[in-house]
Write a protein of this length. Structure first.
Length: 197
């Protein structure tokens, strides 16, 4: 079965070509009647119109979508941190059931709890000693919210079975001034031998 074709007939094609040639001659005659100044102004107007079209159809939507994604990025990062925390808590529950914690996952677990409470940028983890089958980690806190630090400390025994060995915190001072509600210092955490293997 052959497909029907609809070729442009020769008279229709010739009519269309005549109309196009007539329009082109009229435009050329109209352009020839313009003075040099008018031609320059028309060229500038066409350039401005082209730039406006490029801006409205190409650049502005791209800039708007970049701006919108920059506004959404912090929210998406917060949601990612919450998901990471949920994953960590699920892993912690699994470890709690087995009663053991893998020493290699401890830094990641500590980092996740710091991220969940908003202390990730204010805290630094340092591995401590591993005497008599215990693991020790030192957490250095710099100019962090006291409320967040206390929330984090309160959650550690439940989440990671950590024993808080020592806490040395003091009010933060910047340029010789106390910062109310902000603390700096160090916290030493310890895991017993059965949790650190």
């Amino acid at each position: 079965m052959s497909r029907p074709s609809f070729p442009m007939t020769a008279p229709a094609n010739a009519t269309w070509r005549r109309q196009f040639d007539a329009s082109r001659r009229q435009a050329a005659a109209w352009w020839a009647e313009r003075t040099q100044r008018e031609r320059r102004l028309l060229r500038i107007g066409a350039l401005v119109l082209s730039l406006a079209l490029v801006w409205m159809l190409g650049l502005k939507p791209a800039i708007d979508s970049i701006s919108q994604s920059q506004q959404q990025l912090p929210r998406l990062r917060a949601e990612t941190a919450q998901i990471d925390t949920l994953i960590l808590e699920a892993q912690t529950l699994q470890r709690r059931q087995s009663g053991r914690m893998n020493a290699s996952t401890l830094p990641e677990a500590l980092q996740a709890t710091l991220r969940r409470t908003g202390l990730e940028t204010s805290a630094t983890l340092n591995a401590g000693s591993a005497d008599a089958g215990t693991l020790e980690w030192e957490v250095s806190i710099t100019d962090a919210s006291a409320a967040r630090v206390m929330d984090w400390l309160a959650s550690l025994p439940q989440l990671l079975h950590a024993k808080i060995q020592s806490v040395e915190l003091s009010r933060s001072r910047i340029d010789g001034r106390d910062r109310p509600g902000q603390v700096s210092g160090r916290i030493v955490l310890q895991w017993p031998g059965e949790a650190g293997s």
